[in-house]
Write a protein of this length. Structure first.
Length: 103
């Protein structure tokens, strides 16, 4: 009976450590958040690519904990605002930091 108790304690400890390793911190995403952010990034990139008024491939998209950061270059000032609008319209986007510059 003592061996079963020690094995159960060891399994509990290992599972606790494994779970803690996947937890998020203020500067690091958890596993689930990373997957969610990857999906949001892909959706925002697709939305920007499919927007007919944005004729550029020089817009970069990164997502961290639901906050999308846009960077890169466009040819017209109106495109900066449009890219931000498109990003905000994507489901899962909490906020947008728009750092796009006009060439």
């Amino acid at each position: 009976m003592k061996i079963a108790h020690k094995i159960a304690t060891a399994l509990f400890t290992v599972s606790l450590l494994a779970t803690a390793g996947c937890a998020s911190t203020p500067t690091k995403e958890g596993t689930g958040e990373f997957v969610d952010d990857s999906v949001v990034t892909t959706k925002v990139k697709a939305a920007i690519f499919n927007e007919p008024t944005l004729k550029t491939t020089e817009i970069n998209v990164e997502t961290f904990k639901g906050t999308v950061q846009l960077s890169g270059f466009v040819s017209q000032p109106a495109d900066v605002a449009k890219a931000g609008e498109v990003a905000r319209s994507v489901k899962g986007v909490m906020s947008v930091k728009n750092d796009i510059r006009v060439k």
